[in-house]
Design a protein around this ligand. Sequence first.
Ligand code: FMN
Length: 440
Amino acid sequence: MADRRLHLNLFIHGRGHHEAAWRHPNASPLPLTDPRYYIDLARKAEAACFDSVFLADWLAVADDISSAPRTWLEPLTTLAALAGATSRIGLIGTCSTTYTEPFNLARQFASLDHISNGRSGWNIVTTWLVSASDNFGGSGQLTHAERYERAEEYMRVVSGLWDGWADDAVIDDRAAGRYLREGAVRPSHHKGPHYQVAGPLNMPRGPQGRPVFVQAGSSETGRRFAARYAEAVFTAQMEKATAKEFYADLKGLAVEAGRERDQILILPGLSPVIGSTEAEAHRIARELSDLSDPEVGRRRLSGRFGGHDFSALPLDKPLSPEDFPDPATVQAARSRTEVIVGLVRREKPTLRQLLGYMAGARGHFTTAGSPEQIADLIENWFRDDAADGFNVMPPVLPWMLEVFIAEVVPLLRRRGLFRTEYEGNTLRDHYGLAGPGVRF
Ligand SMILES: Cc1cc2nc3c(=O)[nH]c(=O)nc-3n(C[C@H](O)[C@H](O)[C@H](O)COP(=O)(O)O)c2cc1C
Protein backbone atom coordinates (compact mmCIF):
# COMPACT_ATOMS: atom_id res chain seq x y z
CA MET A 1 0.00 0.00 0.00
CA ALA A 2 1.36 3.42 -0.98
CA ASP A 3 1.91 5.88 1.89
CA ARG A 4 -0.68 8.29 0.66
CA ARG A 5 -4.17 6.76 0.69
CA LEU A 6 -6.84 7.40 -1.86
CA HIS A 7 -10.16 8.51 -0.39
CA LEU A 8 -13.56 7.77 -1.90
CA ASN A 9 -16.82 9.44 -0.99
CA LEU A 10 -20.16 8.40 -2.49
CA PHE A 11 -22.34 11.40 -3.35
CA ILE A 12 -25.94 10.14 -3.34
CA HIS A 13 -28.10 12.36 -5.51
CA GLY A 14 -31.44 11.59 -7.14
CA ARG A 15 -31.34 8.27 -9.02
CA GLY A 16 -27.86 9.19 -10.14
CA HIS A 17 -26.00 12.33 -11.15
CA HIS A 18 -26.95 12.35 -14.79
CA GLU A 19 -29.90 14.65 -15.25
CA ALA A 20 -31.81 11.88 -17.07
CA ALA A 21 -30.78 9.07 -14.67
CA TRP A 22 -34.24 8.82 -13.14
CA ARG A 23 -35.65 7.75 -16.52
CA HIS A 24 -33.04 5.10 -17.21
CA PRO A 25 -34.27 1.48 -17.03
CA ASN A 26 -31.31 0.48 -14.84
CA ALA A 27 -31.98 3.17 -12.22
CA SER A 28 -33.47 2.07 -8.89
CA PRO A 29 -37.20 1.28 -9.02
CA LEU A 30 -37.67 2.65 -5.48
CA PRO A 31 -39.23 6.06 -4.80
CA LEU A 32 -36.70 8.71 -3.77
CA THR A 33 -38.53 9.04 -0.46
CA ASP A 34 -37.92 5.39 0.44
CA PRO A 35 -35.17 5.06 3.08
CA ARG A 36 -34.31 1.61 1.71
CA TYR A 37 -32.87 3.33 -1.37
CA TYR A 38 -30.31 5.26 0.69
CA ILE A 39 -29.63 2.33 3.03
CA ASP A 40 -28.88 0.00 0.12
CA LEU A 41 -26.42 2.50 -1.40
CA ALA A 42 -24.68 3.20 1.92
CA ARG A 43 -24.31 -0.52 2.64
CA LYS A 44 -22.84 -1.15 -0.81
CA ALA A 45 -20.36 1.70 -0.35
CA GLU A 46 -19.47 0.41 3.12
CA ALA A 47 -18.90 -3.15 1.85
CA ALA A 48 -16.40 -1.58 -0.60
CA CYS A 49 -14.73 0.38 2.28
CA PHE A 50 -15.59 3.84 0.94
CA ASP A 51 -14.64 6.58 3.40
CA SER A 52 -18.07 8.18 3.42
CA VAL A 53 -21.43 8.88 1.86
CA PHE A 54 -22.71 12.40 1.34
CA LEU A 55 -26.14 14.03 1.02
CA ALA A 56 -26.62 17.54 -0.33
CA ASP A 57 -29.41 20.00 0.55
CA TRP A 58 -30.75 23.05 -1.23
CA LEU A 59 -33.62 24.26 1.02
CA ALA A 60 -36.02 24.99 -1.85
CA VAL A 61 -37.49 23.15 -4.80
CA ALA A 62 -35.83 24.04 -8.07
CA ASP A 63 -38.01 25.36 -10.88
CA ASP A 64 -37.37 22.25 -12.97
CA ILE A 65 -38.91 19.74 -10.54
CA SER A 66 -41.69 18.74 -12.86
CA SER A 67 -39.11 17.20 -15.18
CA ALA A 68 -36.08 16.46 -12.96
CA PRO A 69 -36.44 14.82 -9.56
CA ARG A 70 -34.05 15.55 -6.68
CA THR A 71 -32.97 13.86 -3.52
CA TRP A 72 -35.96 14.55 -1.38
CA LEU A 73 -35.19 13.40 2.14
CA GLU A 74 -33.70 15.81 4.66
CA PRO A 75 -30.01 14.89 5.13
CA LEU A 76 -29.58 14.68 8.91
CA THR A 77 -32.61 12.53 9.62
CA THR A 78 -31.67 10.30 6.68
CA LEU A 79 -28.09 10.00 7.94
CA ALA A 80 -29.40 8.98 11.36
CA ALA A 81 -31.26 6.14 9.62
CA LEU A 82 -28.08 5.24 7.73
CA ALA A 83 -26.14 5.26 11.01
CA GLY A 84 -28.37 2.47 12.29
CA ALA A 85 -28.04 0.48 9.06
CA THR A 86 -24.22 0.66 8.78
CA SER A 87 -21.32 0.52 11.22
CA ARG A 88 -18.15 1.99 9.71
CA ILE A 89 -18.79 4.32 6.80
CA GLY A 90 -18.66 8.11 7.36
CA LEU A 91 -21.91 10.08 7.06
CA ILE A 92 -21.65 13.59 5.66
CA GLY A 93 -24.66 15.90 5.58
CA THR A 94 -25.16 19.40 4.26
CA CYS A 95 -26.40 22.09 6.58
CA SER A 96 -26.58 25.80 5.83
CA THR A 97 -24.91 28.48 7.93
CA THR A 98 -27.26 31.07 6.45
CA TYR A 99 -30.53 29.40 7.34
CA THR A 100 -29.84 27.30 10.45
CA GLU A 101 -29.47 28.66 13.97
CA PRO A 102 -25.99 27.65 15.15
CA PHE A 103 -27.27 26.16 18.40
CA ASN A 104 -29.57 23.82 16.46
CA LEU A 105 -26.86 22.83 14.03
CA ALA A 106 -24.38 22.14 16.84
CA ARG A 107 -26.76 19.85 18.68
CA GLN A 108 -27.92 18.03 15.55
CA PHE A 109 -24.36 17.18 14.51
CA ALA A 110 -23.31 16.30 18.07
CA SER A 111 -26.32 14.04 18.17
CA LEU A 112 -25.48 12.42 14.79
CA ASP A 113 -21.92 11.91 15.99
CA HIS A 114 -23.23 10.02 19.06
CA ILE A 115 -25.79 8.05 17.06
CA SER A 116 -23.17 7.01 14.48
CA ASN A 117 -20.39 6.49 17.01
CA GLY A 118 -18.11 9.13 15.55
CA ARG A 119 -18.89 9.03 11.83
CA SER A 120 -20.43 12.45 11.21
CA GLY A 121 -19.27 15.06 8.73
CA TRP A 122 -20.75 18.48 8.03
CA ASN A 123 -20.76 19.93 4.52
CA ILE A 124 -20.67 23.62 5.41
CA VAL A 125 -22.65 25.63 2.87
CA THR A 126 -23.84 29.22 2.80
CA THR A 127 -26.65 28.26 0.32
CA TRP A 128 -26.30 29.82 -3.11
CA LEU A 129 -29.84 29.06 -4.31
CA VAL A 130 -31.71 32.36 -4.47
CA SER A 131 -35.19 30.89 -3.91
CA ALA A 132 -34.12 29.41 -0.55
CA SER A 133 -34.31 32.92 0.93
CA ASP A 134 -38.06 33.00 0.17
CA ASN A 135 -38.52 30.11 2.61
CA PHE A 136 -36.72 31.84 5.46
CA GLY A 137 -38.25 35.24 6.08
CA GLY A 138 -38.41 36.39 2.47
CA SER A 139 -36.20 39.45 2.93
CA GLY A 140 -34.06 38.43 -0.05
CA GLN A 141 -30.76 36.64 -0.48
CA LEU A 142 -27.71 37.91 1.39
CA THR A 143 -24.79 38.72 -0.91
CA HIS A 144 -22.02 36.21 -1.45
CA ALA A 145 -19.67 38.29 0.76
CA GLU A 146 -22.25 38.69 3.55
CA ARG A 147 -22.99 34.98 3.60
CA TYR A 148 -19.32 34.08 4.02
CA GLU A 149 -18.81 36.81 6.64
CA ARG A 150 -21.62 35.37 8.73
CA ALA A 151 -20.23 31.88 8.18
CA GLU A 152 -16.93 32.94 9.76
CA GLU A 153 -18.66 33.98 12.97
CA TYR A 154 -20.85 30.88 12.74
CA MET A 155 -17.79 28.62 12.85
CA ARG A 156 -16.63 30.26 16.07
CA VAL A 157 -20.08 29.82 17.62
CA VAL A 158 -20.58 26.15 16.80
CA SER A 159 -17.00 25.23 17.63
CA GLY A 160 -17.35 27.02 20.98
CA LEU A 161 -20.47 24.98 21.67
CA TRP A 162 -18.83 21.65 20.80
CA ASP A 163 -15.64 22.53 22.66
CA GLY A 164 -17.61 23.73 25.69
CA TRP A 165 -17.80 20.13 26.84
CA ALA A 166 -14.59 18.37 27.88
CA ASP A 167 -14.15 14.87 26.44
CA ASP A 168 -14.43 13.36 29.92
CA ALA A 169 -17.19 15.61 31.26
CA VAL A 170 -19.64 12.78 31.98
CA ILE A 171 -18.48 10.67 34.93
CA ASP A 172 -21.90 9.15 35.64
CA ASP A 173 -20.85 8.17 39.19
CA ARG A 174 -24.01 6.69 40.65
CA ALA A 175 -22.45 5.83 44.02
CA ALA A 176 -21.14 9.35 44.62
CA GLY A 177 -24.22 10.99 43.10
CA ARG A 178 -22.10 12.95 40.61
CA TYR A 179 -23.03 12.95 36.94
CA LEU A 180 -20.66 15.60 35.52
CA ARG A 181 -17.08 16.40 36.42
CA GLU A 182 -16.74 19.80 38.11
CA GLY A 183 -15.80 22.56 35.65
CA ALA A 184 -16.00 20.26 32.62
CA VAL A 185 -18.80 22.18 30.90
CA ARG A 186 -18.27 25.82 29.92
CA PRO A 187 -20.80 28.27 28.53
CA SER A 188 -19.70 30.19 25.43
CA HIS A 189 -21.16 33.65 26.14
CA HIS A 190 -20.85 34.45 22.45
CA LYS A 191 -21.93 37.97 21.52
CA GLY A 192 -21.05 38.89 17.95
CA PRO A 193 -22.45 41.05 15.16
CA HIS A 194 -24.71 38.25 13.88
CA TYR A 195 -25.13 35.75 16.71
CA GLN A 196 -25.68 35.83 20.44
CA VAL A 197 -25.39 32.39 21.96
CA ALA A 198 -24.93 31.77 25.66
CA GLY A 199 -24.30 28.00 25.63
CA PRO A 200 -23.28 25.55 26.82
CA LEU A 201 -24.63 22.97 24.37
CA ASN A 202 -27.35 20.80 25.90
CA MET A 203 -25.49 17.64 24.93
CA PRO A 204 -22.09 16.11 25.69
CA ARG A 205 -19.40 16.24 23.04
CA GLY A 206 -19.64 13.50 20.39
CA PRO A 207 -16.95 10.82 19.95
CA GLN A 208 -15.17 12.93 17.30
CA GLY A 209 -15.49 16.15 19.30
CA ARG A 210 -16.77 17.91 16.21
CA PRO A 211 -18.07 16.59 12.92
CA VAL A 212 -15.46 16.45 10.17
CA PHE A 213 -15.63 19.82 8.41
CA VAL A 214 -16.31 19.50 4.70
CA GLN A 215 -16.63 22.47 2.40
CA ALA A 216 -17.34 22.99 -1.26
CA GLY A 217 -16.90 26.67 -2.07
CA SER A 218 -14.34 27.23 -4.79
CA SER A 219 -14.57 31.01 -5.37
CA GLU A 220 -11.78 33.18 -3.96
CA THR A 221 -13.76 33.77 -0.74
CA GLY A 222 -14.89 30.15 -0.64
CA ARG A 223 -11.30 28.89 -0.95
CA ARG A 224 -10.04 31.12 1.85
CA PHE A 225 -12.86 29.86 4.05
CA ALA A 226 -12.04 26.25 3.14
CA ALA A 227 -8.34 26.83 3.79
CA ARG A 228 -9.11 27.87 7.36
CA TYR A 229 -11.74 25.31 8.31
CA ALA A 230 -12.20 22.44 5.87
CA GLU A 231 -10.76 19.01 6.51
CA ALA A 232 -12.14 17.73 3.20
CA VAL A 233 -13.09 19.81 0.17
CA PHE A 234 -15.51 18.86 -2.58
CA THR A 235 -14.93 20.67 -5.83
CA ALA A 236 -16.28 20.65 -9.39
CA GLN A 237 -13.45 20.65 -11.95
CA MET A 238 -14.00 20.06 -15.64
CA GLU A 239 -10.41 19.06 -16.44
CA LYS A 240 -7.21 17.90 -14.80
CA ALA A 241 -5.33 21.17 -15.42
CA THR A 242 -7.81 23.25 -13.39
CA ALA A 243 -8.00 20.52 -10.74
CA LYS A 244 -4.21 20.74 -10.32
CA GLU A 245 -4.33 24.53 -10.03
CA PHE A 246 -7.11 24.30 -7.45
CA TYR A 247 -5.22 21.63 -5.50
CA ALA A 248 -1.99 23.64 -5.39
CA ASP A 249 -3.80 26.86 -4.52
CA LEU A 250 -5.89 25.42 -1.70
CA LYS A 251 -3.03 23.47 -0.12
CA GLY A 252 -0.96 26.69 -0.29
CA LEU A 253 -3.73 28.74 1.32
CA ALA A 254 -4.10 26.13 4.09
CA VAL A 255 -0.36 26.28 4.82
CA GLU A 256 -0.59 30.10 4.91
CA ALA A 257 -3.40 29.68 7.43
CA GLY A 258 -0.99 27.66 9.62
CA ARG A 259 -2.26 24.19 8.74
CA GLU A 260 -0.60 21.00 7.48
CA ARG A 261 -1.01 20.21 3.78
CA ASP A 262 -2.25 16.70 4.47
CA GLN A 263 -4.90 17.90 6.92
CA ILE A 264 -7.08 19.22 4.11
CA LEU A 265 -8.13 16.61 1.56
CA ILE A 266 -9.19 17.66 -1.89
CA LEU A 267 -11.86 15.49 -3.47
CA PRO A 268 -12.97 16.57 -6.96
CA GLY A 269 -16.22 15.20 -8.30
CA LEU A 270 -15.92 12.29 -10.74
CA SER A 271 -18.88 10.95 -12.68
CA PRO A 272 -17.74 7.89 -14.65
CA VAL A 273 -19.85 6.06 -17.21
CA ILE A 274 -18.25 2.61 -17.15
CA GLY A 275 -18.65 -0.06 -19.81
CA SER A 276 -16.84 -3.35 -20.31
CA THR A 277 -15.16 -1.60 -23.25
CA GLU A 278 -14.70 2.05 -24.14
CA ALA A 279 -17.24 1.62 -26.97
CA GLU A 280 -19.86 0.24 -24.58
CA ALA A 281 -19.28 3.13 -22.17
CA HIS A 282 -19.85 5.63 -24.98
CA ARG A 283 -23.02 3.79 -25.97
CA ILE A 284 -24.35 4.11 -22.40
CA ALA A 285 -23.38 7.81 -22.34
CA ARG A 286 -25.31 8.34 -25.59
CA GLU A 287 -28.32 6.51 -24.18
CA LEU A 288 -28.35 8.91 -21.22
CA SER A 289 -27.84 11.92 -23.41
CA ASP A 290 -30.79 10.87 -25.62
CA LEU A 291 -33.00 10.90 -22.51
CA SER A 292 -32.02 14.51 -21.59
CA ASP A 293 -34.05 17.62 -22.25
CA PRO A 294 -32.02 20.77 -23.08
CA GLU A 295 -34.80 22.98 -21.65
CA VAL A 296 -34.36 21.36 -18.21
CA GLY A 297 -30.66 22.16 -18.53
CA ARG A 298 -31.37 25.74 -19.60
CA ARG A 299 -33.46 26.35 -16.45
CA ARG A 300 -30.79 24.79 -14.26
CA LEU A 301 -28.13 26.98 -15.86
CA SER A 302 -30.25 30.01 -15.09
CA GLY A 303 -30.41 28.97 -11.40
CA ARG A 304 -26.62 28.76 -11.15
CA PHE A 305 -26.40 32.35 -12.37
CA GLY A 306 -28.98 33.54 -9.82
CA GLY A 307 -31.95 33.50 -12.23
CA HIS A 308 -30.33 35.09 -15.31
CA ASP A 309 -32.54 34.72 -18.38
CA PHE A 310 -30.93 32.50 -21.04
CA SER A 311 -34.17 31.89 -22.96
CA ALA A 312 -33.08 33.92 -26.01
CA LEU A 313 -29.81 32.01 -26.55
CA PRO A 314 -30.03 29.74 -29.61
CA LEU A 315 -29.14 26.10 -28.95
CA ASP A 316 -26.82 25.59 -31.91
CA LYS A 317 -24.64 28.70 -32.14
CA PRO A 318 -21.14 28.69 -30.55
CA LEU A 319 -21.17 30.49 -27.20
CA SER A 320 -18.83 33.22 -26.03
CA PRO A 321 -18.17 34.48 -22.46
CA GLU A 322 -20.22 37.62 -23.28
CA ASP A 323 -23.34 35.46 -23.39
CA PHE A 324 -23.04 35.08 -19.60
CA PRO A 325 -23.07 37.51 -16.66
CA ASP A 326 -19.58 38.16 -15.28
CA PRO A 327 -19.05 35.50 -12.56
CA ALA A 328 -17.54 38.15 -10.26
CA THR A 329 -21.01 39.75 -10.09
CA VAL A 330 -22.89 36.50 -9.45
CA GLN A 331 -24.30 36.21 -5.93
CA ALA A 332 -25.42 32.58 -6.39
CA ALA A 333 -23.12 29.63 -7.17
CA ARG A 334 -20.17 31.86 -8.07
CA SER A 335 -17.41 29.29 -8.46
CA ARG A 336 -19.59 27.01 -10.59
CA THR A 337 -20.28 29.93 -12.91
CA GLU A 338 -16.50 30.48 -13.15
CA VAL A 339 -16.13 26.83 -14.19
CA ILE A 340 -18.84 27.21 -16.85
CA VAL A 341 -17.55 30.48 -18.31
CA GLY A 342 -14.00 29.05 -18.27
CA LEU A 343 -15.15 26.11 -20.38
CA VAL A 344 -16.95 28.43 -22.80
CA ARG A 345 -13.79 30.56 -23.15
CA ARG A 346 -11.60 27.49 -23.83
CA GLU A 347 -13.86 25.40 -26.02
CA LYS A 348 -16.59 27.67 -27.45
CA PRO A 349 -19.30 24.98 -27.30
CA THR A 350 -22.83 25.58 -28.54
CA LEU A 351 -25.47 25.91 -25.83
CA ARG A 352 -26.71 22.40 -26.69
CA GLN A 353 -23.20 21.00 -26.23
CA LEU A 354 -22.69 22.90 -22.96
CA LEU A 355 -26.03 21.71 -21.61
CA GLY A 356 -25.19 18.16 -22.72
CA TYR A 357 -21.99 18.35 -20.72
CA MET A 358 -23.68 19.91 -17.69
CA ALA A 359 -26.39 17.21 -17.82
CA GLY A 360 -23.65 14.67 -17.05
CA ALA A 361 -23.00 15.86 -13.50
CA ARG A 362 -23.77 19.57 -13.30
CA GLY A 363 -20.24 20.75 -14.16
CA HIS A 364 -18.26 18.02 -12.41
CA PHE A 365 -15.76 15.94 -14.35
CA THR A 366 -17.52 13.30 -16.43
CA THR A 367 -15.86 10.58 -18.44
CA ALA A 368 -16.79 7.36 -20.22
CA GLY A 369 -14.45 4.40 -20.40
CA SER A 370 -13.53 0.85 -19.47
CA PRO A 371 -12.71 -0.02 -15.83
CA GLU A 372 -8.97 0.18 -16.63
CA GLN A 373 -9.38 3.63 -18.16
CA ILE A 374 -11.27 4.90 -15.09
CA ALA A 375 -8.68 3.39 -12.72
CA ASP A 376 -5.88 4.96 -14.82
CA LEU A 377 -7.54 8.34 -14.59
CA ILE A 378 -7.99 8.08 -10.83
CA GLU A 379 -4.39 7.01 -10.35
CA ASN A 380 -3.11 9.72 -12.65
CA TRP A 381 -4.95 12.57 -10.88
CA PHE A 382 -4.05 11.13 -7.47
CA ARG A 383 -0.33 10.73 -8.18
CA ASP A 384 -0.07 14.03 -10.03
CA ASP A 385 -1.40 16.25 -7.21
CA ALA A 386 -4.78 16.94 -8.74
CA ALA A 387 -6.72 15.00 -6.05
CA ASP A 388 -6.40 13.22 -2.69
CA GLY A 389 -9.36 11.11 -3.67
CA PHE A 390 -12.71 11.54 -5.36
CA ASN A 391 -16.26 12.47 -4.70
CA VAL A 392 -17.72 9.59 -6.71
CA MET A 393 -20.91 10.69 -8.47
CA PRO A 394 -22.30 7.66 -10.31
CA PRO A 395 -24.36 8.79 -13.31
CA VAL A 396 -27.05 6.16 -12.59
CA LEU A 397 -27.76 4.66 -9.14
CA PRO A 398 -27.29 2.03 -7.99
CA TRP A 399 -26.16 0.61 -11.35
CA MET A 400 -22.98 2.59 -11.97
CA LEU A 401 -21.97 2.39 -8.29
CA GLU A 402 -22.21 -1.40 -8.52
CA VAL A 403 -20.08 -1.43 -11.65
CA PHE A 404 -17.54 0.93 -10.05
CA ILE A 405 -17.30 -1.30 -6.97
CA ALA A 406 -17.13 -4.57 -8.92
CA GLU A 407 -14.76 -3.45 -11.67
CA VAL A 408 -12.78 -0.33 -10.66
CA VAL A 409 -12.23 -0.75 -6.91
CA PRO A 410 -10.38 -4.10 -7.35
CA LEU A 411 -8.01 -2.44 -9.84
CA LEU A 412 -7.34 0.40 -7.38
CA ARG A 413 -6.60 -2.19 -4.70
CA ARG A 414 -4.32 -4.19 -6.96
CA ARG A 415 -2.36 -1.00 -7.56
CA GLY A 416 -2.03 -0.47 -3.80
CA LEU A 417 -4.08 2.72 -3.88
CA PHE A 418 -7.21 1.83 -1.93
CA ARG A 419 -7.88 0.07 1.38
CA THR A 420 -9.13 -3.52 1.58
CA GLU A 421 -10.53 -3.01 5.07
CA TYR A 422 -11.25 -0.16 7.44
CA GLU A 423 -8.44 0.53 9.87
CA GLY A 424 -10.26 2.96 12.16
CA ASN A 425 -13.77 3.58 13.36
CA THR A 426 -14.45 7.27 12.87
CA LEU A 427 -14.77 9.35 9.73
CA ARG A 428 -11.70 11.32 10.85
CA ASP A 429 -9.81 7.99 11.06
CA HIS A 430 -10.82 7.02 7.53
CA TYR A 431 -9.69 10.40 6.19
CA GLY A 432 -6.38 10.08 8.06
CA LEU A 433 -6.98 13.36 9.89
CA ALA A 434 -5.66 14.24 13.30
CA GLY A 435 -8.69 15.13 15.40
CA PRO A 436 -10.65 17.09 16.34
CA GLY A 437 -10.05 19.59 13.61
CA VAL A 438 -9.15 23.25 13.73
CA ARG A 439 -9.03 24.98 17.13
CA PHE A 440 -9.93 28.64 17.37
C1 FMN B 1 -19.88 18.47 -4.45
C2 FMN B 1 -20.58 19.73 -4.08
C3 FMN B 1 -21.70 19.65 -3.28
C4 FMN B 1 -22.39 20.79 -2.92
N1 FMN B 1 -23.50 20.68 -2.13
C5 FMN B 1 -24.22 21.77 -1.83
C6 FMN B 1 -25.41 21.67 -1.08
O1 FMN B 1 -25.80 20.59 -0.67
N2 FMN B 1 -26.11 22.79 -0.81
C7 FMN B 1 -25.69 24.03 -1.24
O2 FMN B 1 -26.36 25.01 -0.95
N3 FMN B 1 -24.54 24.16 -1.96
C8 FMN B 1 -23.82 23.06 -2.27
N4 FMN B 1 -22.69 23.19 -3.02
C9 FMN B 1 -22.28 24.53 -3.47
C10 FMN B 1 -21.13 25.09 -2.66
O3 FMN B 1 -21.40 25.10 -1.28
C11 FMN B 1 -20.82 26.50 -3.14
O4 FMN B 1 -21.85 27.40 -2.82
C12 FMN B 1 -20.63 26.56 -4.63
O5 FMN B 1 -19.66 25.61 -5.00
C13 FMN B 1 -20.23 27.94 -5.06
O6 FMN B 1 -18.96 28.26 -4.53
P1 FMN B 1 -18.70 29.62 -3.81
O7 FMN B 1 -19.57 29.61 -2.59
O8 FMN B 1 -17.25 29.63 -3.43
O9 FMN B 1 -19.08 30.67 -4.78
C14 FMN B 1 -21.96 22.06 -3.37
C15 FMN B 1 -20.82 22.13 -4.17
C16 FMN B 1 -20.13 20.99 -4.54
C17 FMN B 1 -18.90 21.11 -5.39
